[in-house]
Design a protein around this ligand. Structure first.
Ligand code: ZN
Length: 314
C-alpha cells in the first residue's frame, strides 16, 4: 500500500530530524559548558583577549589601507578632472584664437576690397571728370577757333598743366621745354594748355645731328663725316622753306627756331611762334598726329620765356 509506505517514510524522516535536533542541542550544550569551563581559565581569557586585539589591529590596518586607496583614487580623479578642465580650456582658447584670426583676416580682406573699390570708384570718377574736361576744352577750342570776334582765348584754355605741382620747377624743362627724364622726372614740368608758341619735337631730322660714335676707327665710315656744314645748311634751308610754307597756312609766324643740338632729347626740336594763340591752336589741331618725312608729328604748346638757352640755331 503506497499510502502506508509514504506515511512511514515521513514518520521516519521526522524521527531523524528530531534526533538531529536533539544531538545538535546536546552538542551545543556541551560546547557551551566547555566554553564556560575554558572561560574560567586565565590563559584562555588572555588568548581570547589577544585574539580580539589582533582582530581589532587587522580591522584598523584594513581600514587604513582602504582609506589610502580611497584617497589615492580621489586624488587621481581630481587630477584627471583638472587635466580635463585644462585641456578643455586650451582647446577653447585655440578655437577662440582660430576664430579671432579668421575674423581678423576677413576684416582685413574686407578692408582691402573696400580700398580697391574706393580706388576704382575714384579712378572712374577721375576718368569721367577728365573726359568731361577734355570735351569742354575741345568745345572751347572749337568755339575759339570758329569765332574770330572772340579776342582772348577762353580762360579754361589758359591753364597750365603741372606734373608735380608740389615740387620745385624742373630747371631743364623751364629753360628748354624738354627734359631728358621725360615723364620720369621728379621735378615739376609746367606745360601751357594753349600758347602762341608751338613745340614740334624732333621735327628736323638730319644725320649730322646724330651723336658721334666713340670709336674713331669706325667714325670715318660714318655718313655724317662725309657731309659738310654746307650740306647741313642746304638741307636745313629746304626743311625750313617746306615747314614754313605749311605752318604759314595757320597764321602769321613771328619766330621759327630749330634746336641744333645732338643730344637725343633736344635734337631737331622746332619752336614756332605765332602772333596769337588762335593761329597756334589752329596749327596744333591740324598738325597733331600728322606725318612728316615718315614720322608722326608730336606737337605741344610751349611757354618758353627766352630763346637764349633753348635753341642754338634758326
Ligand atoms: Zn625735368
Amino acid at each position: 500500500m503506497p499510502q502506508k509506505r509514504a506515511r512511514r517514510k515521513l514518520t521516519k524522516k521526522q524521527q531523524r530530524k528530531r534526533r538531529r535536533q536533539k544531538h545538535a542541542k546536546e552538542r551545543d550544550k556541551r560546547e557551551e559548558e566547555a566554553e564556560h569551563l575554558r572561560l574560567l581559565q586565565p590563559e584562555y581569557q588572555k588568548w581570547l583577549q589577544e585574539q580580539q586585539e589582533m582582530q581589532e589591529f587587522q580591522r584598523l590596518a584594513d581600514e587604513r589601507e582602504h582609506q589610502v586607496a580611497e584617497d589615492s583614487w580621489l586624488r587621481r580623479e581630481a587630477t584627471a578632472q583638472q587635466q580635463f578642465r585644462i585641456d578643455e580650456a586650451k582647446k577653447r582658447q585655440e578655437q577662440e584664437e582660430v576664430e579671432r584670426l579668421q575674423q581678423q583676416q576677413a576684416k582685413e580682406r574686407a578692408e582691402r576690397e573696400e580700398i580697391l573699390r574706393r580706388q576704382r570708384e575714384e579712378e572712374t570718377r577721375k576718368a569721367a571728370k577728365a573726359a568731361a574736361e577734355f570735351d569742354a576744352m575741345m568745345e572751347s577750342m572749337d568755339e575759339y577757333l570758329s569765332n574770330p570776334r572772340m579776342e582772348k582765348p577762353p580762360s579754361q584754355l589758359l591753364r597750365v598743366m603741372e606734373t608735380h605741382p608740389e615740387e620745385r620747377a624742373c630747371e631743364f624743362f623751364s629753360r628748354t621745354n624738354c627734359c631728358r627724364y621725360g615723364h620720369a622726372c621728379t621735378f615739376n614740368h609746367r606745360r601751357p594748355m594753349l600758347a602762341r608758341i608751338l613745340l614740334i619735337r624732333h621735327f628736323f631730322n638730319h644725320s649730322m645731328l646724330q651723336e658721334r660714335r666713340p670709336h674713331k676707327e669706325y667714325a670715318s665710315a660714318e655718313e655724317h663725316l662725309e657731309l659738310t656744314e654746307q650740306d647741313l645748311r642746304h638741307d636745313y634751308d629746304e626743311f625750313f622753306n617746306d615747314a614754313v610754307e605749311e605752318l604759314r597756312k595757320f597764321g602769321t609766324i613771328v619766330n621759327f627756331r630749330t634746336v641744333r643740338n645732338t643730344v637725343e632729347h633736344l635734337r631737331g626740336h622746332v619752336f614756332v611762334e605765332y602772333t596769337n594763340e588762335r593761329s597756334a591752336l589752329r596749327a596744333f589741331t591740324n598738325l597733331q598726329g600728322r606725318y612728316y618725312a615718315s614720322k608722326k608729328l608730336n606737337v605741344e604748346f610751349s611757354n618758353l620765356k627766352t630763346w637764349r638757352g633753348a635753341v642754338c640755331g634758326t
